[in-house]
Ligand binder design. Sequence first.
Ligand code: BES
Ligand code: ZN
Length: 883
Amino acid sequence: MTKTPAQNTPATIYLKDYARPEFTIEKLDLEFELTAAMTTVKSTMELHKVDATTQHLVLQGEALELISISMNKNILLPEQYRLTATQLTILAVPETFSLEIIVQIKPQENTQLSGLYRSGATFVTQCEAEGFRRITYFLDRPDVLTHYTTKIIADRHQYPHLLSNGNLVAKGELENQRHWVKWEDPFRKPCYLFALVAGQFELLEDYFITQSGRRILLHIYTEKGYLDQCHCAMQAVKKAMTWDEENYGREYDLDIFMIVAISDFNSGAMENKGLNIFNTKYILAKPDTATDEDYIYIQTVVAHEYFHNWTGNRITCRDWFQLSLKEGLTVFRDQSFTADVTDHGVARIYDVNKLRNRQFPEDAGPLAHPVRPDSYIEISNFYTTTIYEKGAEIIRVIQTLLGKVLFRRGMDLYFTRHDGQAVTIEDFVRAMEDASGMNLTQCRLWYEQAGTPLVKVTADYDAATKRYTLTLEQGCLPTPGQPYKKPMHIPVRTALFDHQGQTLLLDTDDGRPGLEKILQLKEITTTVTFKNVPERPIPSLLRHFSAPIKLQFDYSEEELVLLIKHDTDAFNRWEASQIYAQRLLLELIATYQQKRPLQMPEKFTELLRSLLNDKQLNKQLLSALLTLPSEIYLAEHMAVVDVEAIFAAREFVKLNIATALRAEFFATYQENVTTETGIIFTLANVGKRQLKNVALQYLLLLPDPALRKLGHQQFVTSLPLNMTDTMAALRGLSHLAIPERELALEQFYTRWRHEPLIIDKWFAVQAASLLPDTLPQVERLTHHEAFDIKNPNKVYALIGTFGQQNMLRFHAADGAGYHFLGKFILQLDKLNSNVAARMLKPLTEWRRQDSSRAALMCAQLEIMMRTPGISNDIYELVTKSLA
Ligand code: BES
Ligand code: ZN
């Protein structure tokens, strides 16, 4: 069951070619008979022509064995249809007819994990985006909505649980130890939201009472032995249901909501109607197995998939070019939820950090594309950080422009106007305009233009007239297919501070006075004048990151320090610290490149010392302030990336900080040890652990046996109790060539060898090690008994971490990292092209590397192009990146 290879040039699909479906499907009855040898799928549907002049019915199908087709109960003869590897065409069909198609499939041989496949002893489906065509012949497109009933027949003992979308309406027993169930989904849906699960599970049950008083059953299904790890996810379901009622007035609409946790899953989770399917990684958690980060992300993912019930399922996408309609909007909703249940400032810092480390590089590279793309070859390549995270930022821009009240009115209108429909991003924007009375014409450019806008800000203060003028100039570099860009509508949230760190009352020609003003950039150049400004102020710009742009302003060091200490916007406090550190690091990088000795300015360590001594500071915010900008973010600021210089400068600064602040870090470490045995996951404890572990990372940089012992001690004590502390210690040790490192890795493996999900952490920490022999270690680990190339989580942990989170070792000057990754991808492509394509990303961004590395990276891409039978997924990314 390998995917159609790119023997010939695969076809490009264009948005401009969109045409409405030629048929409607009244209802679809599915019947699955699951056996060890094969699965038989019978589908019965009622079709109507939309336009009487249409002749043939064209259905998609892939890796299916056709058994029979009947129209209006008559078996079709071979001359009445045409069959290719990807299409079934039924010739000369009447206006209205019923069609019964029987196919056979082999889920046990499906390594793509798309369509119906097996994960261990479980049958499970993944249909988004185009997996349903690997189950039966169908109009596999999101704008064909229909009513589903699903009958499942299977062995009673091996598959006691038979699940599908909607409500269970009938069940019974059959001969030969088999049983059957029938599910009916009362809501019309596109086939990408279909799901089926069959297996033997443990079930965590709970319920939720909706705002209108309906009682909803909540079920989480998991492999035997993991029930105690489902409570975090269950709490998250309830919190998400409450949040959507309170914030959007959206209630759950079926009587049962089910989640199934699956070990082999290409993505994180999937929002199938009433039956969400999750990667075990985003469900299972208890304090000794999951880090605080895992806990928070589980809540976010559970909420995300739940929120899709309205933004994605009740209102779905007309075509896959509109993917951000559901994904960008739902990420925006899950971000808002996470901010509400954690901390607004800290949550924003994490979201922006992710955007900058992943989306900005994508937007500046060969795979840059608009949030609503114009074309694609393989849709699964377009589940990108641009569609998701930049898409979410655009929704936030709209919310900022409209204000919260009008934005909510726009959402209400969107829900009532389009419930039950498959719509476009344009429909969404129009609902926002109609509800608010605002004109969002220019705002639509955010969906059309790729690339990250750059806004350069200059300031002028006239002491005589007490006027302060900001001049903001916007531009955007060319991206593939878009040489010129129009100016965008950019909201820049702004406040002004005086030299005591007090916020100034703003007085401009437009708008009422207030402490914050949203500057509206619409032209290339915008000028804003503030009146009655008593002294030259310090501007706090782009507060809370009010638009997904790069902003430049020439702050003095003193101004940055003032903002770090006094800005009332937590995000901008962090931002000022990042600008400060980034400037220092870029200077040191240049010094290193000139082969001059590096020198550490005392002012910077003194600043950090004063922050460490500020007991009022939120500990998560303090942890973020103490963390230097990432290698990737620094690389973004260099014309030609110099991996070694970035690394040398960063390590130099880190070591100097650790040396200068050793006493403070040690005290911080001791003050923040958490010993609670009761409720471990509280925000206060998360903050303490995070700060303590930041201190530990610095302390472990010092060549002091006592500190290394401390690290290993933390590892040993926390191993049976708390994964956050275990992983923090292990991460710190992993970069050191000392016996404690090997000992800890061995102890970890011994403790967790029977828990594949936890062993993923063990793979990842080794793949991220800065030690010089990391590549040979990673190669060795691909042959380890616990590694399995067919399990996506294993690949993400070992190969993904190495390629995406170990800049130093992946970009080894001799190209050995590239060679290893290239070879691995070709091997994986034959089994699972979707996961293989996800691993390719680091090789595609070769353009900004030095010429020698760029050539070595291209060489790997060219080998792929010459390899016969590569998937469309790989073909598309390689050709676009070499173009
Ligand atoms: N609809 C997607 C699942 C999906 C992803 C289907 C890729 C097909 C291809 C789901 O809603 C999703 O976006 N999941 C995310 C997690 C989420 C919290 C952003 C994922 O799987 O990473
Ligand atoms: Zn999603």
